[in-house]
Write a protein that binds this ligand. Structure first.
Ligand code: BTN
Length: 251
């Protein structure tokens, strides 16, 4: 696949490096040493890519789009819970725009195509000298063949749309534009909930949610005003925050 190139896109400075341990780790470090909102770091290859909940994120060189954004949202801390979810919305929209595939979301922010995982999002909060930043990392599988995918239930754009149907450069452009738009709306005070519910397939399904110390079993009914998953159990309703949850699986 062709290499990606560094360039500016609006107020975003897209910087492409051949190799990084983890673009999330590198962007956090760059924030600590003075970089500000607008940095978008893309690696052709990650050697120690991080997934959610301490998992690893593995992909062969140039097979996926692995990118991290440095954001410094000027919104109250209690609204930050929406940031990972609205990033999911932007990622699903970018995939829909660049490929003719109906990407949607599993709560909180796995990007799915026909129930298989195409990508994921890892958001990390960093503080330095009283300033807070969000490192928003997105990994999307693009050119992987089935054998390149380390986990069962994963897929790539080559597998769902045909080999070479999507190129990473246009997917990256779409992703920056979609995240930029969703981020601005949210910062401007808009509620991302309706857009999120339009793409999230989890409500309406029976789920088993692993939480520290046990499991919550019931029907996912909604996503509440804070972005938590509402599950109707035999004991009543429970609202689960993305940080508490190990995983959601259909029963
Ligand atoms: C998940 O577990 O689903 C989240 C995966 C997030 C992977 C991306 S790739 C770019 C960024 N850098 C990392 O080390 N992780 C994220």
């Amino acid at each position: 696949p062709p290499a990606l190139e560094s360039r500016d896109l609006g107020r975003w400075r897209i910087e492409v490096v051949e190799e990084s341990g983890s673009t999330n780790a590198d962007v956090a470090e760059r924030f600590r040493s003075g970089d500000r909102e607008g940095l978008v770091l893309v690696a052709e290859h990650q050697t120690a890519g991080r997934g959610r909940l301490g998992r690893e994120w593995v992909s062969p060189p140039r097979a996926s789009l692995t990118v991290s954004f440095l954001l410094e949202p000027d919104v109250p801390a209690e609204r930050w819970t929406w940031l990972p979810l609205l990033t999911g919305v932007a990622a699903a929209r970018a995939v829909r725009r660049s490929a003719d595939v109906a990407a949607d979301l599993k709560w909180p922010n796995d990007v799915l195509v026909a129930g298989a995982k195409l990508g994921g999002i890892l958001l990390e909060r960093v503080e330095q000298d009283g300033r807070a930043a969000a490192v928003v990392g997105i990994g999307l599988n693009v050119h992987q063949a089935q054998d390149d995918l380390p986990v069962p239930g994963a897929t790539s754009l080559d597998l769902v749309a045909g080999p070479g149907a999507v190129d990473r450069a246009s997917l990256l452009t779409a992703l920056v534009e979609e995240l930029s738009a969703a981020y601005d709306e949210w910062r401007g005070g808009e509620d991302p909930r309706a857009a999120y519910l339009g793409l999230c397939v989890t409500p309406g399904h029976q789920v088993t949610v692993s939480v520290p110390g046990g499991e919550v079993v019931g029907e996912a009914t909604d996503v509440d005003a804070q972005g938590r998953l509402v599950v109707l159990t035999e004991q009543g309703e429970q609202a689960l925050g993305a940080g508490d949850v190990v995983h959601v699986r259909p029963r």
